[in-house]
Design a binder for this molecule. Structure first.
Ligand code: CP3
Length: 342
């Protein structure tokens, strides 16, 4: 177990230094990442190569001395392990065989997760050995809703039309699919917790697509179920929830999902967030990745606004979503400097 400003913040304490890391920090904006990526056959086998996954996990720590590492993997490794035929096509993103109503998701596949995703556990073990003790390592999974959108749509989507039609037209099958993927997510996070992840994070990147009246059912409840199951297994790692784009929904989420910290997107106003969240609830976020890409004085002002809004609350500085491939390194350096100066 590591002790650091990052862990203290997650424990609900206000620290003198605001810790910082960046979502998708191991990625294409880094030349050293592109150099490794170039020699990989495909993205899935890259994620399943513990040595390479560990190497790129450490790259952003070496370069920027971020306060936490996040294991190099993907939320779509879970559908891959469930035989959903996941491929990443350069320039086009992920492709999966879309689920149909009569697809049989066998319970036997749930037992297969342990073995098929053991390389992610191995990558965590290796990374933990190389990371200094004061740098926590984050393990993660997609939250059920977000992963299910990829499984139903067969890839990325703009409006999630198929998924929302399932929700309204086939509620029974939809709920069964949720139960199944909730269990699968527990299995995946459990491997990572046992392998030495210090923190766990649930990415619900497309939570914004759930109609408000169904948020409790499809965003809050599955996450609470995952948190409770992990706790019952004896895992004590703090858990960060990221229900992206749900606006006022973060109030109910932070009260009912039983997560330890809330990651917020850049559409949420920091000052408002600070006002409405339970006292001492740790918050992570929320610079617009495009503000970081653009840089300059607007970025500095945005950073200061975020820091100032959360000055009385446990706060981890981060972006409101993943860093984009064209982001200049110099801007990242400037952001880190500005956060550390405060
Ligand atoms: O944060 C990190 O550095 C750890 C690595 C990480 C990746 N994916 C690696 C990756 C994390 C935390 C993720 C999570 C993830 N993956 C999410 C949730 C966070 C978010 O951004 O909303 C989602 C929705 C995915 C699904 C996914 N993976 C898509 C849609 C794509 C294709 C789009 C793209 O950016 O290329 C990926 C591929 C992916 N996952 C890349 C990386 C570094 C780029 C692929 C490459 O290098 O070839």
């Amino acid at each position: 177990m590591t002790s650091s400003a990052f862990m203290n913040t997650l424990a609900g304490k206000k620290t003198t230094q605001t810790p910082i890391w960046v979502m998708r920090q191991a990625g294409r904006y880094l030349t050293e990442y592109r150099a490794v990526r170039q020699n990989q056959k495909d993205f899935i086998s890259f994620c399943l190569n513990p040595e390479k996954a560990s190497e790129v996990t450490l790259q952003p720590i070496k370069r920027f001395d971020f306060d936490a590492a996040i294991i190099f993997s993907d939320i779509l490794m879970l559908p891959w392990a469930l035989d959903r035929n996941v491929h990443f096509i350069t320039g086009a993103g992920p492709r999966l065989t879309p689920l149909s109503l009569d697809t049989n998701l066998d319970d036997k596949l749930l037992d297969q997760i342990e073995k098929r995703l053991s390389p992610v556990g191995r990558a965590i073990e290796l990374t933990r050995l190389s990371l200094s003790v004061n740098k926590p390592l984050i393990g993660f999974a997609g939250a059920p809703w977000t992963v299910i959108t990829y499984m139903i749509e067969g890839g990325s989507s703009r409006d999630f039309a198929e998924t929302r039609q399932w929700l309204w037209l086939n509620p029974k099958e939809f709920e069964a699919l949720f139960d199944y993927m909730t269990q699968a997510t527990i299995n995946f996070l459990s491997i990572q917790a046992r392998s030495g992840a210090d923190v766990l994070m649930l990415f619900d990147s497309w939570a914004s697509a759930v109609p408000a009246e169904r948020r409790d059912q499809f965003i809050v409840a599955p996450v609470r179920k995952i948190v409770r199951a992990l706790r019952e297994q004896g895992n004590k790692q703090p858990i960060i929830g990221f229900p992206k784009g749900i606006g006022e929904g973060i109030i109910a989420y932070s009260e009912k999902a039983e997560i330890d910290a809330l990651a917020i997107d850049h559409m949420a106003d920091a000052e408002w967030v600070d006002k409405v969240l339970p006292e001492n609830m740790p918050v992570q976020g929320n610079l617009d990745p495009l503000s970081l890409l653009t840089g300059g004085s607007q970025m500095m002002n945005s950073i200061d606004y975020i820091l100032d809004s959360f000055k009385d609350r446990p706060h981890i500085f981060n972006l409101g979503h993943g860093i984009t491939p064209l982001t200049p390194i110099a801007n990242v350096e400037q952001m880190v400097q500005q956060v550390r100066k405060s």
